[in-house]
Design a protein around this ligand. Structure first.
Ligand code: PRP
Ligand code: URA
Length: 209
């Protein structure tokens, strides 16, 4: 796997993912685990944020501290991406948030856009695109196409589970976009669902099964 693809192997992620995958897990527990996994993914995805020096005075002495230089934009892909936003906001409270509404046509598996509202200064920001599932890759590629049309050029994609097919499609369409995922699963089934996966992430997050 190339170094633009980060498959996170932290034991806490593996543990929480087992709870998320279990079909008997409640909506409440699923949502809480999605939040916690997103926190851990966010920690990794922000590891190279650019810092600048900032002079402060501690109770003891003057010193130079570090502050984040480049501002961040979080772009959840509606609707399941919303399940990762609060965790990322806990990490980066000053982040601006854009929304992209896409759903997969169940037959063609092609993404259909229904909403797009992005921060106007997105070109200056480090963008984190959030979606729990990278399946065929169609939704991620379409979302990043929209974001790039607004001149953003510093984009990372954060997901909870990826399929090899989705990673390949996203890497080919947007080779500059670094991918962070909590697990790389085996394959897609004939309906475009990730195997073993966790089912429909939006339905499980919002209780619409
Ligand atoms: C899910 C998921 C992704 C997409 C991934 O959304 O949240 O956006 O499918 O599939 P892909 O990689 O094959 O495009 P879905 O279309 O189910 O919409 P929802 O979030 O509104 O439920
Ligand atoms: N979208 C989901 O929510 N789950 C999958 O397994 C694939 C696409």
């Amino acid at each position: 796997m190339d170094k633009m693809v980060n498959i996170l192997t932290h034991p806490l992620i593996a543990h929480k993912l087992t709870i998320m995958r279990d079909k008997n897990t409640s909506v409440k527990d699923f949502r809480e685990c999605a939040h916690e996994v997103a926190l851990l993914i966010g920690y990794e995805a922000t590891k190279d944020l650019i810092l600048s020096d900032h002079e402060i005075e501690t109770p003891i002495t003057k010193t130079i501290g570090k502050t984040i230089e480049k501002q961040v934009a979080l772009i959840p892909i509606l609707r399941a991406g919303l399940g990762m936003v609060d965790a990322m906001m806990d990490l980066i409270p000053a982040a601006k948030i854009g929304h992209i509404g896409l759903y997969r046509n169940e037959e063609t598996l092609e993404p259909v856009e229904y909403y797009c509202k992005l921060p106007t200064d997105i070109a200056k920001r480090q963008v984190l695109v959030l979606d729990p599932m990278l399946a065929t890759g169609g939704s991620a590629v379409a979302a990043i196409n929209f974001i790039k049309k607004r001149n953003a050029n510093n984009i990372k994609f954060c997901c909870i589970i990826a399929a090899p097919e989705g990673i390949k499609v996203l890497r080919e369409a947007h080779p500059d976009v670094e991918i962070f995922c909590g697990a790389l699963d085996e394959k897609l089934n004939e309906h475009g669902y990730i195997v073993p996966g966790l089912g429909d992430a939006g339905d499980r997050l919002f209780g619409t099964l």
